[in-house]
Design a protein around this ligand. Structure first.
Ligand SMILES: Nc1ncnc2c1ncn2[C@@H]1O[C@H](COP(=O)(O)OP(=O)(O)OP(=O)(O)O)[C@@H](O)[C@H]1O
Length: 267
């Protein structure tokens, strides 16, 4: 992949922090460009410490004062939520540095792949119909359980994600250090769940907000992986065990589903 300096990738002239000119910093490499942010891979302080650099360029269609205010707010709010999650043991990337006025946030680089891609690869590698039972279902159910407890841990500390899709869950391979050569090869769905993209996250204890997070995730599983939808119950089962108020949230989820169905019937 070609290395692109952030300032050359966006049609505007924000000044980047000197941290990018530090001799050990690798030139930021553009990984993805979303609607709101550009995601680069770089290094933090030492060449051996990879990091993700999330840059929110200014939007020419927004009023300049409002644009700066909004960008600052998003960066600070994402960083605050990440720090809170990290402090309370919710699996998210660590925050390394930020400059809200310049529009960037630098966080820990998470090795691995997003669940959406990994799950699609896995489903493709299996024949139609195999997923609902047997060993295959076991592997998928195991993944669902890990997803359910990670989401439950996040909700338990009073954070709602706001955009909980399978693209915002990463599967990070577990370290194989200390495992001898004869050990079983890691399975495609193995790994630790790490939650990413807290750009729309907020601090909330409301059952409604939590239920909407679950509903969005359920829809994401259903729309991208119809064969995985039937196993979504595995997510909810693990979620239910993850904190005291989870049962109430699951009740609320039923209401949210009903509303969703009504809305799609009305078009
Ligand atoms: N910490 C990270 N480590 C490795 N890859 C990451 C990391 N954060 C994001 N990515 C990759 O970059 C992609 C986009 O990141 P992210 O979802 O945070 O940005 P976005 O959707 O453009 O932002 P937003 O929705 O806040 O505007 C992810 O799908 C993932 O592939």
């Amino acid at each position: 992949m070609e290395a692109v300096h952030p300032s050359s990738a966006a049609p505007e002239t924000r000044v980047f922090s000197p941290i990018f000119k530090y001799p050990s910093a690798a030139a930021p490499l553009l990984i993805t460009q979303g609607a709101e942010a550009l995601l680069y891979r770089s290094t933090y302080l030492l060449p051996s410490i990879p990091c993700a650099l999330k840059y929110r360029p200014s939007k020419p269609y927004r009023h300049p004062i409002l644009d700066v205010r909004l960008t600052k707010h998003r960066i600070l709010s994402e960083a605050r939520v990440l720090v809170k999650c990290r402090r309370e043991g919710v699996p998210v990337p660590a925050v390394y540095a930020l400059d809200e006025a310049a529009g960037w946030l630098m966080i820990e680089w998470i090795e691995g792949e997003v669940v959406k891609i990994r799950l699609n690869e896995w489903l493709k590698s299996r024949k139609e119909g195999n997923v609902a039972d047997g060993v295959d279902a076991g592997e998928l159910l195991d993944l669902m359980t890990r997803v359910g407890s990670a989401v439950g841990r996040m909700h338990a500390i009073g954070v709602v994600h706001g955009d909980l899709t399978t693209s915002n869950l990463m599967l990070c391979p577990r370290s194989t250090e200390g495992v001898d050569g004869d050990a079983e090869a890691p399975k495609m769905l193995d790994g630790d769940i790490v939650l990413i993209d807290f750009g729309l996250a907020s601090q909330s204890q409301a059952d409604e907000d939590r239920a909407v997070d679950l509903y969005v995730l359920e829809r994401a599983f259903g729309s991208t992986h119809p064969r995985a939808e039937s196993l979504f119950g595995g997510v909810l089962k693990a979620y239910e065990k993850s904190f005291k108020g989870a049962g109430v949230v699951l009740k609320k989820l039923e209401e949210v589903r009903m509303r969703g169905r009504k809305r799609s019937m009305l078009g």
